[in-house]
Design a protein around this ligand. Structure first.
Ligand code: XMP
Length: 326
């Protein structure tokens, strides 16, 4: 039997009951596979790795070692949530590494988008590798592979290939959700008791805010981007757009314009709002945002975020614009 093929008889997991049955089945399978050995997992805080972590904590408890690398390009509150949920609530073996300075120092002055991606991807592997080397006797590597990753070898994760793990790691893979579609992973995540916001999180690229802080990243502009992005997310949550829009974020380019604040000249960066809908991320349409919401977001961002003095709206579908700016 091909282990990477979803059996035709497998029912789509849409209910709590089906999710619980799946979880029980996987707990058994994982225990059989792993025995009393140790398992390592790179926990980004994204939907897939979070669900795998929660499942494995149930199955093998402290035999699981979760490594969360904060590359300094996370959205506001994300690493904190990983620590809260996995480190505290689920009492996992969580190894948290704040590698912000390493990443930002390496990225300093680099404006080329592909080089930025490479730096982030390579450094991620390095940091993860270093941590793995400190742990003794790890035999298994868990991964949040899901069925679309297997089906679409040209899919987004494969295409961008960032945040991948070293190929020479000699560990057997544990991939408990590899036959599930995204919607099923979410149902299973809720059944496992993960917070709704974590389970229904919008997709976030591996290089994180690094591809939205356009051009050469500086700490002050990255900070402004993170704050503006948090306001956008908060307002989308409040007005119900969060559940309707597939991906929405802010990009901040590395140029300034003239403005005025408190009767003084105030130069600042523009914050660009991008909100798109898509099925497979290969094409995307523009979601309409009510003007009153836009005005309110603009008002908040320009008043609350140091360094931003304008808010712009990106109306470009994909094609011709990619979803991300870099
Ligand atoms: P584009 O910009 O190519 O993005 O239209 C399509 C989808 O892929 C995400 N994306 C990435 N995901 N690493 C990732 O894991 C990356 O380097 C990367 N670049 C883009 C993007 O957010 C969108 O959902």
């Amino acid at each position: 039997m091909d282990n990477n093929k979803r059996p035709e008889t497998m029912e789509r997991i849409t209910t709590l009951e089906l999710a619980n049955a799946f979880i029980d089945e996987q707990i058994k399978a994982v225990r059989e596979q792993v025995g009393d050995k140790k398992v390592l997992l790179a926990l980004s805080g994204g939907v897939d790795s979070s669900v795998v972590a929660a499942l494995l904590i149930k199955a093998v408890g402290k035999q699981l070692y979760c490594v969360h690398v904060n590359h300094g390009l996370m959205r506001k509150g994300e690493s904190e949530q990983v620590i809260e949920v996995f480190g505290k609530e689920l009492d996992a073996n969580l190894i948290y590494i704040d590698a912000t300075d390493r990443f930002l120092d390496l990225l300093a002055g680099e404006a080329d988008p592909e080089k930025k991606r490479k730096i982030i991807g390579n450094e991620f592997i390095k940091v993860f590798d270093e941590e793995a080397a400190k742990l003794e006797g790890i035999d298994f590597l868990a991964q949040g592979t899901i069925y679309p990753d297997i089906l679409e070898s040209h899919g987004v994760k494969a295409h961008h290939n960032v945040g991948g793990l070293p190929e020479d790691m000699k560990m057997e893979l544990v991939e408990p959700v590899k036959l599930l579609y995204k919607d099923e992973v979410r149902v299973v995540g809720e059944a496992l008791g993960l917070p709704h916001g974590m389970v229904y999180r919008q997709p976030f690229p591996g290089p994180g805010l690094g591809v939205r802080c356009l051009g050469a990243i500086t700490r002050d502009r990255l900070h402004a981007l993170r704050e503006a992005d948090a306001i956008l997310r908060e307002e989308f949550d409040k007005c119900g757009l969060a559940g309707k829009v597939w991906q929405y974020f802010i990009a901040v380019p590395d140029f300034k314009s003239v403005g005025v604040r408190d009767n003084k000249r105030y130069e600042g960066w523009p914050a660009i709002i991008r909100a798109v809908n898509t099925v497979d991320a290969m094409t995307a349409t523009i979601e309409e945002i009510p003007y009153e919401v836009l005005h309110h977001i603009t008002d908040r961002i320009t008043h609350e975020v140091e360094g931003i003095n304008r808010v712009l709206l990106d109306l470009t579908p994909k094609p011709i614009g990619t979803i991300e700016w870099e």
